[in-house]
Design a protein around this ligand. Structure first.
Ligand code: DGY
Length: 328
């Protein structure tokens, strides 16, 4: 078993109780050639979103049966190639839903109420007096929130928005059930209506060819000049340069961004602007959640080693039915 990067210690202990572990106990990640050589002859690899398993890398894996990603997303792994090679891919959904939604809301609120600017202002020593419009921002309560992607995280964000008496529009490939719509007070709308009517737009879609650049210059122009964009999904879902330019030109008012197209690089213009709150891909980063993600990933890996279907299998076609399916 190979662990490509540092994870929580209890997860490593759990693994050591079940298998021989080659632990790359570092935050650096393994260079591709080392990753391949250390993966050779091992059945399970516990990996992270910074490990890029392209089709070319996966083709060279020998003997690996499972790639257990310590993340809800799995766009770092070329799933069709893994599936064709019979390699199981697992992820860590659910445990991060509420934590990620908390952070999306934190970014939304920080951008709307200019929390980061206010903090910098107080720190700078410039605060001399109270004035009627000092750092005025935008209300959140009673406003319209547009959510792209009404999966688990989108729904968790909607639940928070209910507490702020917001009108909630959403867009996805399919509407959710009428029951969920009723419960959360959701309105399924076309993309154009969501963009035109929302005061806040929050993105919760996975990164797929269809969602790449979901928000580009044209979409930003359809948004209100007072609108705030929040992205905690994946960087390439928005055109980062177009967002930076829209923020600079006042096409939209503000943004809260946790993810970027070429992490850890950030578009240089974003670093100069005041009307954006930036975070280093930490939406799921609470102590409890990162621990749970580590434990979940190693449990998925161990399941495969023990001939059990992993609870969080991504390429389910490799092991279709938990109850009666044959062990592949
Ligand atoms: C995920 O899990 O996909 C996040 O982006 C990192 O926690």
């Amino acid at each position: 078993m190979l662990v490509t990067k540092r994870i929580y210690p209890e997860a490593v202990e759990f693994l050591r109780d079940h298998a021989d572990v080659d632990y790359a106990d570092s935050d650096d990640g393994l260079p591709p050639a080392e990753l391949l050589s250390r993966a050779r002859g091992t059945q399970a690899v516990v990996c992270q979103l910074t490990d890029k398993f392209s089709a070319q890398v996966i083709e060279q894996l020998e003997g690996v049966r499972v790639l257990a990603n310590v993340a809800g997303g799995f766009d770092n792994i070329e799933i069709p190639t893994a599936t064709r090679k019979g390699i199981f891919v697992t992820n860590t959904p659910d445990v991060l839903t509420e934590t990620t939604a908390d952070f999306a809301f934190a970014l939304l609120m920080a951008a709307a109420r200019r929390v980061v600017e206010a903090h910098a202002f107080v720190h700078s020593g410039e605060w001399r007096r109270w004035t009627i419009d000092l750092l005025v921002g935008q209300d959140i309560h009673g406003k319209t929130l547009g959510i792209f992607g009404m999966g688990r995280i989108g729904q968790a964000v909607a639940r928070r928005a209910r507490g702020f008496s917001m009108r909630i529009l959403y867009h996805d490939l399919q509407p959710v059930s009428a029951m969920v719509e009723r419960e959360l007070g959701l309105e399924f709308v076309p993309k154009e209506k969501l963009l035109a009517e929302s005061d806040f737009v929050s993105i919760h879609v996975p990164l797929l060819p269809e969602t790449m650049r979901l928000i580009g210059a044209a979409e930003l122009r359809q948004m209100k000049p007072t609108a705030i964009l929040v992205n905690t999904a994946r960087g390439p879902v928005v055109d980062e340069a177009a967002v930076a330019e829209a923020l600079r030109a006042g096409i939209i008012a503000s943004a809260g961004l946790d993810v970027f197209e070429r992490e850890p690089e950030v578009h240089p213009l974003l670093l100069e602007l005041k009307n954006v709150v930036l975070a280093p891909h930490i939406a799921s980063a609470s102590v409890d959640t990162r621990r749970r993600m580590s434990m979940m990933a190693v449990s998925n890996a161990v399941a495969i080693l023990e001939g059990r279907r992993p609870p969080n299998l991504v390429n389910t076609e490799l092991w279709p039915d938990q109850a009666v399916g044959p062990v592949p």
